[in-house]
Ligand binder design. Structure first.
Ligand SMILES: [Zn+2]
Ligand SMILES: [Zn+2]
Length: 167
């Protein structure tokens, strides 16, 4: 929970209010683990510009993840924008860009968490072009080729036919 007192911003054209807090997502389960080991740093500003109130923030965090291809563990930094227009009522119900606040004492934490969760990739790789693990021996191929690779590669079979030692 992080409450913003928005009445002064809504009632004063040109007003700005900056904010900063730590968002705890340590209990959020993602990809079978709990990667939010440290709190998310949220920094932003609420601005009233010509009576349109917008929040512009960013959420920065580091996740401890395991690769979907090789299962290797790695950490990665993320920065997620949290940019919305806040309104106290809405005429056009179909515009979901607008966030309707029901009180000037507005808890922004659920909105931040929702933006973070929507931004998380469904598949994570430790690096572009991760080689994965060998289906036969289970070796992590990023660390180098395994022995069974040679025996199953048809190019090696073709070469061994011309191996003089076999004739
Ligand atoms: Zn990997
Ligand atoms: Zn292998």
């Amino acid at each position: 929970m992080f409450i913003l007192e928005l009445e002064p911003v809504f009632n004063n054209e040109g007003a700005e209010q900056s904010f900063e807090y730590l968002c705890d997502m340590s209990d959020y389960n993602y990809n079978g683990g709990y990667p939010f080991e440290n709190p998310v740093k949220v920094e932003g500003i609420v601005i009233n510009s010509t009576d349109i109130v917008t929040v512009k923030a960013k959420a920065c965090f580091t996740l401890c993840l395991s690769c979907d291809r090789c299962a290797g563990e790695f950490v990665r930094d993320f920065t997620v924008p949290v940019d919305h227009t806040l309104v106290t009522h809405v005429e056009d119900e179909t515009n979901d860009e607008l966030i309707v606040i029901d009180s000037y004492r507005y808890d922004i934490d659920p909105l931040v968490k929702e933006d973070i969760i929507l931004s998380l990739p469904t598949k994570v790789l430790c690096k572009d072009g991760c080689l994965g693990i060998c289906a036969q021996c289970g070796k992590n191929l990023n660390a180098g080729p395994c022995e069974c690779k040679k025996a199953t590669d048809p190019r090696w079979d073709a070469l061994s036919m011309f191996d003089p030692a076999e004739n």
